[in-house]
Design a protein around this ligand. Structure first.
Ligand code: MTE
Length: 355
């Protein structure tokens, strides 16, 4: 793992390691805002309250008795690829590896909401974690919390996960219970979940209104900020790595492509000399590999001729079933969030050896 910040701990996965459909836990990125809380299972309780008829607190063994389901979901941090925007945007300096896919298992959030009886006034659900601390420019102690619309909370695939890849969650990934909000950027998948509050107005907490919002140049930062929600269509090349030196000839280029809820329909790859005109680039289709799932990335591969020696740039672009595709450069925003620019990988093709 590439450790990006030590305190709080944030680490990303080198792209060539994202080569399996399911990312091993040891290779799964970590994004913490505060220190990892230590939670004692004996005393752990999850509270469900707010705009509900019968609030409840539930222990871990009680939660584990409820029907569970598996969801394979790709998680991408909203700040992923932030180091690739110019001018630099504020936030954790991620390259492209704040991304992974896991098989999560847990209780649908909707079934718990059904138990407590959500009132018709409900519009959002606030998910709060046990971790807390201070943020620059904010007075007092903050807990990590994020809200999602009530409809998303009721999606059967939005779960309170207790397992990741067949094992109990580990401390860094949210032990004992975390939300998984598939199809959304990772900030909504709240770890170390201790409180679920159903609310009847837009939640205005720090993490919902400050770091995870779009503020574009020229926007009034207060009135025009738009919350970051579902994943944009995006693809990455996982092989070859940046600045790889390749023998001239044919190679299989590999990568991953994902989006919000719409399945990826097409992935295309192009190889151009470094000073080539991209408008004249010929894009060739990549092959989408099985398995596929509603909220999981599609792995892809493409056989590419690297015939001409010298400096070249490989690029990949994905399109979903609704025709959403990737921009060459995503529009700049102050937080550098939801960057889905076309991934460009410079490579060097070695001339063939003369015998
Ligand atoms: N939940 C809590 N309680 N605290 C956090 O700092 N970080 C969020 C989300 N849930 C966070 C959290 C962000 S920004 C991301 S991208 C994902 O967790 C990362 O999950 P992971 O560390 O398991 O990869």
């Amino acid at each position: 793992m590439d450790v990006v910040t030590r305190t709080p701990y944030c680490a990303e996965t080198p792209l060539p390691a994202l080569n399996a459909w399911i990312t091993p836990i040891s290779r799964f990125f970590v994004r913490n805002h505060f220190a990892t809380p230590r939670i004692d299972l004996e005393s752990y309780r999850l509270a469900v309250e707010g705009e509900v008829d019968g609030p409840l607190t539930i222990s871990y063994p009680e939660l584990r008795k409820l029907p569970e389901r598996n969801v394979v979901a790709t998680m991408e941090c909203a700040g992923n690829s932030r180091t690739r925007v110019y001018p630099p945007a504020e936030g954790v300096p991620w390259k492209h590896g704040a991304l992974g896919t896991a098989r999560w298992r847990g209780v649908p959030l909707g079934s718990l909401l059904q138990r407590v009886g959500v009132r018709p006034t409900a519009t959002e659900v606030v998910l709060e974690g046990a971790d807390h601390g201070r943020e620059a420019g904010v007075a007092g102690d903050l807990s990590y919390a994020m809200s999602i619309p009530i409809e998303k909370a009721r999606d059967p695939d939005t779960i309170l996960a207790v397992e990741m890849n067949g094992l109990d969650l580990d401390a860094r990934h949210g032990f004992p219970v975390r939300a998984i909000v598939p199809g959304w950027y990772g900030m909504a998948s709240v770890k170390w979940l201790t409180r679920i509050a159903v609310v009847d107005r837009p939640y205005q907490g720090y993490f919902r209104t400050r770091p995870y919002v779009f503020i574009h140049e020229g926007d009034d930062p207060e009135s025009s900020k738009k919350p970051v929600t579902s994943l944009q269509v995006k693809s990455l090349i996982t092989w070859p790595a940046e600045d790889a030196v390749l023998a001239s000839g044919r190679h299989i280029v590999r990568g991953v492509a994902w989006g919000g809820t719409e399945a990826i329909a097409q992935v295309e790859v192009t190889l151009r000399p470094i000073d080539g005109d991209l408008r004249q680039a010929g894009w060739q289709p990549a092959k989408l590999l099985e398995p596929r799932a509603r909220f999981a990335w599609a792995r892809w591969e493409c056989s590419v001729d690297f015939d001409t020696p010298g400096y070249h740039v490989l690029r990949v672009s994905a399109t979903d079933k609704d025709g959403n595709t990737q921009p060459l450069y995503a529009p700049w925003n102050f937080r550098g969030v939801a960057t889905n620019s076309i991934h460009a990988v410079p490579v060097i093709v070695r001339p063939r050896r003369r015998r």
